[in-house]
Design a binder for this molecule. Sequence first.
Ligand code: PLP
Length: 396
Amino acid sequence: MSGAGGRDYLAIPGPSVMPDAVLRAMHRAAPNIYAGELPDMMPSLIEGLKKVARTDHFATIYIGNGHAAWEAALSNIVREGDTVLGVINGHFGRGWARVAEGLGVNVIPLDCGLKAPAQGEALEAALRADKEGKIKAVLCTHVDTSTSVKNDIATLRAAIDAAGHSALLAVDCIASLGCDRFEMDAWGVDVMVAASQKGLMVPPGLGFVFFSDKAAAVRNCMDRVSHYWDWGPRSAPEALWQYFAGTAPTHHLYGLQASLEMIHSEGMEAVWARHEKLAGAIWAACETWGQGGPLTLNVPEPAHRSTAVTSLHIGKTIGTRLRQWTEGEAGLTLGIGLGMGNEEDPMADGYFRIGHMGYVNPQMIMGALGSIEAGLAALQVPRGSGALDAAAQALA
Ligand SMILES: *Cc1c(COP(=O)(O)O)cnc(C)c1O
């Protein structure tokens, strides 16, 4: 048996599956970047992005990946010698903190472990301890893709307000945007970063930075911002090149236009509800398998889990062998365990992740779960029975 007889499913947490409509939109000759369709479509693309982020404020596009969006956001709000607080629930929270450190910014870590969201009380206490008001921003992942922990952003905003602190709230939605409910303005988020290759279903290559009026004012008080990262001209351009500080990412923009059309014709509420339902099916199957064997969901409390990605533990080497089996035999590529290695399992061979972000529907999820069931059977891994039934019930 091999996956070669049909379409493969790349079920890793980014890059995600690209819809045919996105691929078709990108398959075209090079467009004129000075006049016509491309410059004309920019205002509606920016509006479409703002609608996904649920903000009426500013949206900017960078040619780059999520790491670029991290650096872009920081470059506009902090300078060397400043201090930020980094909420850490996994590899990506740590990653953004490292980017800040690379810019000469001091990071006070708020380590929340790998299985649960940040507590409002802990953030409030950390901010109250900052008597001199040194902390310029709180950096936080909405979803940490390594652990699949989802932070409650409204609670963190409330904690900042309760502490009476002026720090900006900066949120990484690279994994969650277009998957997990996110309300930038209603939740009081000042800066939000995202990228094209996850919930937005476009190839890697675009980073997005959204920001509030308060963040814009902070930028305007900076002595200088590097020309490329500066969000000023990008958010108020007079010509197409200013959106991108150079040549536009022409084909990515066509792909993005197609993906935004798909998202908004489905509707944000429906997109979130779909992800929730599909995630519920995955969790139901995983919980059932776990009743008779070693599989466990990394995040015990369902309300703390992302609906875009699920991190699992199954025991040393089984995780890696299962991934190899499903990829080689079933055309299903699962995500590696990231940031989960410890002394006992330095290569995180006991972990894997299921990416269920963006362009996913019930038959893909049931196919993925059925393939995992087959892999567990082939590897003779003990497991509870009835996992696929449980998943079907969750979808019914
Ligand atoms: C994928 C991801 C990143 C990194 O994005 P790259 O495009 O790989 O640079 C950062 N944060 C989160 C939450 C992610 O899911």
